[in-house]
Structure formats: C-alpha cells, structure tokens
Design a protein around this ligand. Structure first.
Ligand code: NAG
Ligand code: NAG
Ligand code: NAG
Ligand code: NAG
Length: 429
C-alpha cells in the first residue's frame, strides 16, 4: 500500500523528484540506461546484479557504499558471477513491456501433464459457477496494479466435453466464454490457452494421439468465436514436453496457425510453444526454436507469430518451491534475446513466478527488469497464478478481499505489478 502511494506521488511530481528520490527495498538503483534513483531507502544497500540492473537489497549500508555500487561496471570484481558472458547484441528495449499479466486458473483444473483432463474436473473461476471471483480479481489487477493481460487456461476436454474431437460443446464453451468476456471487460488482452501439454489423454497430437486435422479443427472453431476481437491472443498449447519429434510438432503448430488464420483471426497474436515444458532455457538448444521458425501465416509471413516460453526461478525450474535461486538472465534470457534479435522474432514469457519470499522478490524483480530492458524482443510476462488457487498455494498470486479492498501477495506488489516499478520504464512519463 505505501509503495503504491509512493509511486503515485513520484508520478505526480515528475522527473526531477524521481531522480532525487531513493529507491525502495528491492527497487532498481542502477544499471545501463537507468536514469532513476541511485541510492536506497534506509536499511537497504544498492547491489550490482548484472550490467543492466542494480537492486536495493536488505542490509544497512552508508550512502557512499550505495553510490559506489551503482557506478560499478561489469568488468570489476563486484559484478555477479552470472554475468560472465558478454551479450552478442545490445538490449534496445524501451524499458517497458507491452503485455504484463496474471494467469487466472480454474478451467484447467483436472488436467494432468499427460494431457488427461476431465470436463467435470474444470472449476470455473467465476462466482456464478461457485468459483472464486476471477472477474473481480482481474478488475483489481487492472485498476490497482496496472496489469493489462490475463492468461485463461482451459482443458481441451472441457471445450469438447471429453470427446476427442475438435467440435466445441456449446454449453461448456459458453461458461469459458463468460471468463473471456470478464477479461475483455477490463480492457485487457486475454490469452486463450489450451492447457493439454501437446496431448489428449496421454497420446501426443500428430504423433499417435489426435491428428493434426483434429487439432486444427479445434483451433479453427475457437478462433471463429473470437475472430473479430483484437484483444484475444491464441495460446496454441501449454507446455509440450517429451515430444519425440520436434519437426513433427512444428507441423502440428503450423496446422493450428493455418486454421486460426483461415477462421478469420487474421491479425491477432498467436503463441507458438516449444518442447521441454516450453523452457526458455532450452528453447534454442533443444531444437524448438529452429523448428518453430518454419511456422508461417498462410501468406508466408510470420507477423503476429510469437514464441511462447516459460521459466521459473527455483532450484529445479519446476515452479514448486517457495525459494528462488536465479534470475535466469545468463542461463536463459540473454541467450534467448540474442537469438530472437538475430532471427528478427519475439517471445512472450507466459508463465513465471515464485514463492512469496524475499529470495523470489529479489530474483524475479531482476528478471522482469532485464526483460523490460529487452522489450524489443520480449512482449512481457504472465505470473502464475491467481484464480481458483487457495491463498496457501506456494505460488499463489491470489489477492485477498476485505470489503471493497483487495490486498496483493508480496510477489505481486513487489515485482509483478507494473506499479511496483520493477520495469524501469514504467515510472517514466
Ligand atoms: C455438452 O456438455 C454438457 C455438459 O456440460 C452435456 O450435458 C451436453 O449433453 C453436451 N452437449 C452435446 C451436444 O454433447
Ligand atoms: C529442460 O529445461 C531445463 C531447464 O529449464 C533443463 O535443465 C533440462 O535439461 C531440459 N531438458 C531437456 C531434455 O532438454
Ligand atoms: C531435446 O530433449 C529431448 C528430451 O525431451 C532429448 O531427448 C534430446 O536429446 C534433446 N535434444 C537436444 C538437441 O538437446
Ligand atoms: C498459467 O496457468 C496454467 C494453468 O493452470 C498453469 O499451468 C501455468 O503454470 C500458469 N502460468 C503462469 C505463468 O502462471
């Protein structure tokens, strides 16, 4: 709350005040192109995390220590060990990401990572279907936090009412469409995410499971519903993994893209997912990137085709641990940014997050700041997750409501929310 008020004050008073202000705990305090505060509030020290980002971390220090840290270059001994390799291309982002959001989970409940889902396992995150107030959460996230994107996962089996077909069950679709409409009503972009891990009940699409033609029918039918709405983003598939032939998978993705475009959704963003749980780290090295580069629109262009990548910050990249151990910059974001720039393409980090802990606040704020500095190749990020999760869930981003007041989790208010200032450009005029 105080952070939000402080931000509002800075915003109102403009650039001069902002430069003279001290950065808050976990806020940015230096790095390439940084024009904001270079000293930290009492009790925090400005620490270089990489050439692009210095951050106020807990620990008392004199202001002279902080000033030294902010002017330290990456070639000195105080640079972090994670920044040993020089980038082959220069970040040329604006410092502000175009799409920043939260997953609103519920329609994907009942889905396992082998693609087995049951229609009856879905739990719509809407009050009218006895779920949490997903619509209220989204309004809050937009109005109070500055988010502008929501990812709305849904199981294929819910959409087809358990039939292995591309035909939509209109009763079930109408329930999912209520969530999409609640998202659209906030003015945000809404990602329609089929949450099936490249599978239907254990069998891989195009490789033993549903044919590419059936998958294309599903996507053609979904796209026809939303063809005229520019705020819809099509998420072809959540987290393919252990897909044996990446080139055959690229052909399945191509079938979906062609179907979406031919259904009349000619200009919206389509997210193309790679193997290994859409890992940002192995997107290029494992062959997903090169294979998916071949996917095109029917007219041969790649306009609107954006790569879908996920990354967590815990010790095993599983997104199941409360503590974070990395900002993923050297291992994942920097090499991916270089590859994207080389190939003149973009990616969207549609899943990331961590526990509501100091380590996750530290590392996730660093990751977000780096992505924002590279906003020429990264569209943005989507946190995992709010919606129908219990607030005790380790990665919960579910805000709690008291009367008309919503209170965010530590990670949302400290890093994920655009108003937190973790994107350096977000406090600019
Ligand atoms: C659609 O799904 C509902 C369950 O939500 C089911 O009762 C109905 O029979 C299905 N309709 C068709 C045409 O299969
Ligand atoms: C999948 O990605 C993780 C990091 O995200 C990596 O540790 C692992 O080795 C990758 N597995 C494969 C099979 O590429
Ligand atoms: C990609 O990952 C698969 C396992 O998912 C593995 O068998 C394969 O060797 C990896 N390929 C490369 C090029 O790393
Ligand atoms: C988004 O929601 C899906 C569906 O539950 C989940 O599996 C995924 O991890 C979430 N992603 C993020 C970034 O929160």
């Amino acid at each position: 709350m105080s952070r939000v008020l402080a931000f509002g004050l800075l915003f109102g008073l403009g650039v001069v005040s902002r430069v003279n202000a001290q950065s808050p705990l976990y806020g940015q305090c230096g790095g390439t192109g940084w024009a904001g505060a270079t000293t930290c509030v009492a009790g925090a020290t400005c620490v270089v995390s990489n050439p692009y980002y210095s951050q106020c971390l807990p620990g008392a220090a004199s202001s002279s220590t902080a000033a030294t840290a902010t002017t330290t270059t990456p070639t000195t001994t105080s640079s972090a060990p994670t920044t040993t390799s020089a980038p082959t291309s220069t970040p040329s982002g604006t410092g502000k990401l175009s799409h920043v959001g939260i997953n609103i989970s519920g329609f994907d409940f009942g889905c396992n990572s082998d693609g087995s889902c049951t229609a009856s396992g879905a739990w719509p995150p809407l009050l009218k279907y006895y779920g949490h107030d997903g619509a209220g959460q989204m309004q809050h996230f937009v109005n109070d936090d500055g988010f502008n994107t929501f990812r709305l996962p849904v199981g294929w089996q819910f959409l087809s009412n358990d039939a292995q077909t591309g035909t939509l069950n209109e009763t079930n679709f109408a329930e999912y469409n209520d969530l999409v409409n609640a998202c659209l009503a906030t003015g945000a972009s809404c990602i329609v995410d089929v949450h099936n891990y490249a599978r239907f009940n254990g069998a891989i699409i195009g490789q033993g499971g549903p044919s590419n033609a059936v998958f294309a029918t599903l996507w053609g039918n979904i796209a026809a519903k939303f063809a005229s709405n520019s705020k819809i983003i099509f998420g072809v598939m959540n987290e393919p993994h252990d897909v044996p032939d990446i080139n055959m998978w690229a052909a399945s993705v191509q079938a979906a893209v062609t179907a979406i475009r031919n259904a009349g959704a000619t200009s919206q963003i389509i997210l193309l997912p790679g193997n290994n749980w859409t890992s940002a780290q192995t997107f290029v090295s494992n062959g997903s990137g090169p294979a998916l580069l071949t996917v095109t629109n029917p007219d041969g262009t790649t306009t609107g085709l954006v790569f879908d990548v996920h990354k967590y910050l815990d010790s095993d990249n599983s997104g199941t641990n409360a503590e974070c151990v990395t900002n993923n910059i050297a291992s994942s974001w920097q090499p991916l940014a270089d590859w994207l720039r080389t190939n003149k393409r973009q990616a969207f980090n549609t899943e990331t997050g961590g526990g509501n802990t100091a380590s996750c606040v530290q590392y996730l704020c660093q990751q977000i700041a780096y992505q924002a500095q590279n906003s020429d190749v990264f569209l943005g990020y989507v946190g995992w997750a709010a919606g129908n999760f219990d607030p005790s869930y380790v990665l919960s981003e579910v805000p709690t409501q008291s009367g008309s007041t919503w209170t965010d989790t530590l990670l949302v208010k400290s890093c994920l929310a655009p108003v937190s200032g973790s994107q350096s450009g977000s406090t600019g005029m």
